[in-house]
Design a protein around this ligand. Structure first.
Ligand code: SF4
Length: 235
């Protein structure tokens, strides 16, 4: 019981120079996610560090793969991945040396640089390339309902981190113009995707959809209120 009492104690954590008290459950969950992040990062570095193929380069390849024509301007890459322009330029230059992307100057004065994914780059960031199999295997041990719940929770956490500017913009359903949350009465498939004009459930929520188109700020705010349960969705 003594141990349980310790676990129930609120945890203090630094926050902008001031200590913030966290609920025990919040502290445990944050700690668990932090451990996962550390495990992923160390695996990624161990695997990818050898040929200089680091996490930022992988993120750039994945971002390009999601873009129409598999191209993007360097400034857009820096903006979406929340890194400085010189950092993005350096990573792109490294990728070009490896023939994973090619750069083109597209403005008359040569200041706008467009980056294009090469066939070799596409292969390097394909669906099976570099996937953390150990993580996928751990997730596969969860029941289908648990997987759907986890996905929904992750969407919520990622969306909040995006709002705080902590992580890059993801092409997620919750901020997509085609997303109509809790639109149907079917509890298994309550959401509606207007792009494919079909209902779907939490298990099919997308975190990186190629058909994604950003909603207006009002649309996204309303959809979020319905998705998060603050407002009814089915009229
Ligand atoms: S287009 Fe993609 S991101 Fe948008 S609602 Fe449909 S599945 Fe979700």
């Amino acid at each position: 019981m003594a141990e349980l009492r310790i676990l129930d104690q609120p945890t203090r954590t630094p926050n902008d120079g001031r200590a913030k008290v966290l609920e025990p459950m919040v502290a445990q969950l944050a700690s668990g996610l932090e451990k996962l992040g550390l495990a992923m990062k160390s695996r990624t570095w161990r695997r990818e560090g050898r040929p200089g193929f680091g996490p930022l380069q992988r993120q750039i390849l994945t971002l390009l793969r999601s873009k129409p024509g598999r191209t993007a301007q360097v400034s857009m890459i820096a903006n979406e991945l929340i890194v400085r322009l010189p950092t993005a330029s350096e990573a792109v230059a490294t990728l070009e040396r490896k023939r994973l992307v090619r750069r083109r100057r597209t403005s008359r004065d040569g200041r706008v640089v467009t980056v294009e994914l090469t066939a070799r780059g596409l292969q390097a960031c394909g669906p099976s390339a570099g996937k953390p199999d150990h993580l996928a295997r751990a997730i596969e041990t969860l029941a289908k309902g648990e997987q759907a719940s986890l996905l929904k929770v992750l969407v919520k956490v990622i969306r909040t981190l995006q709002e705080q500017g902590e992580i890059s913009v993801a092409r997620m359903c919750v901020s997509c113009r085609y997303f109509h949350p809790n639109h149907h009465v079917d509890p298994d498939r309550p959401h509606h995707c207007a792009y494919v004009n079909a209902p779907f459930g939490d298990a099919s929520l997308r975190l990186d959809c190629l058909e994604y188109e950003a909603a207006t700020a009002d649309q996204a705010r309303n959809a979020w209120a319905v998705f998060a349960g603050d407002r009814a969705g089915v009229s």
